[in-house]
Design a binder for this molecule. Structure first.
Ligand code: SF4
Length: 314
């Protein structure tokens, strides 16, 4: 793998653009969460596919698909980031989060499971916390069954984070944002209820809030027990895809008090709610969810509030 360039600020996030050696380009990210020190929380976000066949209408990584990354190509991203900071592979962070979320729906790649099985031996990382976010596509039941086994064997008692990106309780709207065949809420709940064991982290139900997102707490309550599931609300990040679909964020990343009505309704229904805003600067770095710097490089018009950091060539 050859790093081509980077974008970012080491005190917030850095995006790495790399050539896998045969012209295939990927991106991966390391980030921290100020004011939390890197020694306390360190987050790596890697790609699992080249492009993504799901093609969510909020995500710039889903505009093309050229296949899965191999196990080795997953390790090469992690090893590069780990060895850059900790050559002895001893990671002191009390929370060392690895997200399989930069580019690609992770359940389409069985190598993600292999990496999950080997991670605890690969690095000395007492704070290891893998995190898998999925839109729950249909046809990958075997992946989900194995994921449950992996969690039970290596990451039980709160050392794994599972997130389902639902985005809306209205199925038509959900289909608009995630245009593939996928599990129904009943399917997700059936699996989630099996996945969750006492001592585990609650399963996250994620909603990227646009200004037209329908969310009905009663529909959620029909399927998802607040004792097992929590809700995460995130802003719609500035992407070319969301602009193309004329979607606008309902959460202002510069103002944490926005859209309290939905938050309050979900809390009233009994859910723990996380308003996940993060550093607005990440929109300018290009490290936020759904952003893909290579999409920007192909699109000279730019985006208001979107990526604008200079690329540091290697
Ligand atoms: S959000 Fe995830 S599943 Fe959707 S297109 Fe992007 S990478 Fe694929």
């Amino acid at each position: 793998m050859q790093i081509i360039s980077t974008s970012g600020n080491p005190d917030i996030a850095t995006v790495y653009l790399a050539d896998l050696g045969d012209g295939r380009l990927i991106e991966f990210v390391e980030s921290v969460q100020p004011p939390i020190a890197r020694e306390d929380k360190w987050v790596l976000i890697i790609s699992t596919l080249q492009g993504c066949p799901v093609g969510c209408s909020i995500c710039d990584a889903g505009q093309f698909y050229r296949g899965r990354l191999s196990e080795e190509e997953l390790w090469v991203q992690l090893d590069y980031l780990v060895k850059s900071r900790y050559p002895d592979k001893k990671i002191p962070a009390s929370k060392f989060k690895i997200q399989f979320a930069r580019m690609g729906e992770p359940t389409f790649n069985q190598s993600v499971l292999t990496v999950l099985r080997k991670l605890p031996e690969r690095y000395h990382a007492p704070g290891l916390l893998p995190s898998l976010s999925t839109v729950a596509p249909a046809g990958v039941n075997s992946f989900f069954d194995q994921l449950l086994e992996v969690k039970q064997e290596y990451y039980h008692q709160g050392n794994f984070q599972l997130q389902f990106s639902l985005h809306s309780t209205n199925q038509e709207y959900r289909d608009k944002l995630i245009p593939v065949k996928k599990w129904s809420f009943s399917d997700i709940a059936r699996y989630g209820d099996r996945f969750y064991q006492p001592g585990d982290r609650k399963i996250t139900l994620n909603f990227v809030l646009t200004n037209t997102t329908p969310i009905d707490p009663n529909i959620l309550l029909n399927h998802f027990d607040p004792a097992t599931y929590l809700i995460k609300l995130t802003p719609l990040n500035p992407t070319y895809r969301s602009q193309e679909h004329e979607l606008e964020t309902a959460i202002d990343p510069y103002n944490e008090s926005t859209d309290s009505s939905i938050t309050n309704a979900l809390k009233k229904a009994g859910y723990e709610v996380i308003l996940s805003i993060g550093e607005p600067e990440e929109n300018l770095i290009g490290s936020n969810c759904g952003q893909y710097i290579q999409a920007h490089l192909r699109n000279e018009s730019g985006l208001i509030d979107g990526y604008r950091y200079p690329l540091n060539k290697y």
